[in-house]
Write a protein that binds this ligand. Structure first.
Ligand SMILES: *Cc1c(COP(=O)(O)O)cnc(C)c1O
Length: 387
């Protein structure tokens, strides 16, 4: 008789649901009973709770993180022909939102230590058409905000945080979502705070921006059939607010658990030749949305993990400037060497609050064995092609 081998998923949403099933089921029931599915008190309550969690004055929910980015750009007055500076080492949504308001994304390379936008390269990307900058708090770690804010201020650029991976992360004791002019969050199911479908939010300390986004997400309307501006239908479902309000009180503990798991991975994996573990500067706290390492001989590590039924991911296999969708910008290979190098050597290991120690040990052993078996020339980490 053979038993099915245990699969270790990259993200485990089933276990989380099982742990919260009574509360989630109880929260959904009244929404169905009232049949009030759009906006309403549940959505307002979640907005109030999430603003508080982010230490921001206002929160406006929308139907995805991508919609949050698009409306944040519109509320910051970004127009066709403008340029918006962002990271090429990110999920494509950041750049898409810029393109969909008619502006052009201008990319900045990644810092080789933190993987997010290198502030040292920001100023060179700012031309006369630049109106805003979108730093991305990648993998749960805040971007280096102080130099970014200082440069943005000098050049009169709005600062929009892409905090879609960073619910609860802190930078010099400020919480992601309260640092720039406006911030965007995603509640895509696999994010640290995930809905049962697509959802998102913006947070801001600026009442005018919040008001503008409230109008933009709901046909430009604050009062039924009165339309002050031309808007969208980007509302978040009431059912999602009910789910998110059940999960939010657990988020701080989940983030803490992710940090503990990451610290254990770091301690053991940093002993292995051919692995570079994530580094978090002491002025920030990551919420480890993803646990991303650099490895020598990625192919062998991928094959060994798959063989052992351990799921892995690559975030991301191709920087945005090399995507076909952005071929018209004519940015070839060599434009952003750090981001290009990372795409070739990073791998994401399973990380979620419910991950067990024995599962972690198994994952680490598989990585160690794969790299031990690699030939000496494949044990060296890739270094940047530029310097
Ligand atoms: C998930 C994500 C988005 C988009 O969020 P959606 O809710 O999927 O639209 C944007 N930026 C980053 C960095 C993300 O990780």
């Amino acid at each position: 008789m053979s038993t099915k081998p245990e699969v270790i998923p990259l993200v485990d949403l089933q276990t989380q649901y099982q742990n919260l099933k009574p509360q989630i089921d109880a929260a959904l029931e009244p929404v169905f009973q009232s049949a009030a599915y759009i906006l309403g008190p549940d959505v307002e309550r979640f907005e109030w709770e999430f603003a508080k969690f982010c230490q921001a004055k206002h929160c406006v929910t929308v139907n995805s993180g991508t919609a949050a980015l698009q409306l944040a750009l519109m509320a910051c007055g970004i127009q066709p022909g403008d340029e918006v500076i962002t990271a090429t080492n990110s999920f494509i949504a950041t750049a898409e939102a810029i393109s969909f308001v008619g502006a052009t994304p201008v990319f900045v390379d990644a810092d080789p230590v933190t993987y997010s936008m290198d502030p040292g390269q920001l100023e060179a990307a700012i031309g006369p058409k630049a109106k805003a900058v979108i730093p991305v708090h990648l993998f749960g770690q805040p971007a280096d905000m102080d130099p970014i804010l200082e440069i943005a201020k000098r050049h009169k650029l709005k600062v929009i945080e892409d905090a879609c991976q960073a619910h609860g992360a802190t930078y010099k004791n400020r919480t992601a979502g309260s640092i720039g002019d406006v911030a965007c969050f995603s509640f895509y199911p696999g994010k640290n705070l995930g809905a049962a479908g697509d959802a998102g939010a913006i947070t801001t300390n600026d009442a005018a921006i919040a008001k503008h986004i409230q109008l933009l997400r709901n046909h430009g309307s604050a009062k039924k059939y009165e339309h002050e501006i031309i808007g969208h239908n980007f509302r978040m479902d009431t059912l999602q607010a009910a789910v998110l309000s059940v999960k939010l009180p657990h988020l701080a503990a989940w983030n803490e658990k992710r940090r503990e798991l990451a610290a254990y991975y770091n301690a053991r994996l940093s002993e292995i030749e051919g692995v570079r573990v994530p580094q978090v500067p002491s002025d920030r706290q990551s919420v480890f949305h993803l646990y991303v390492i650099e490895v020598a001989d990625r192919q062998s590590v991928q094959a060994a993990l798959s063989e052992a039924h351990v799921q892995w991911g690559i975030h991301y296999p191709k920087p945005i400037h090399l995507q076909k969708a952005y071929a018209h910008l004519n940015l070839g290979r060599g434009s952003f060497p750090t981001s290009e190098r990372l795409a070739d050597c990073i791998i994401s290991l399973p990380l979620y609050p419910e991950l067990r120690r024995d599962q972690q040990d198994k994952i680490i052993d598989v990585v160690a064995l794969a790299l031990e078996a690699a030939s000496p020339d494949k044990k060296k980490l890739l270094t940047s092609v530029s310097s």
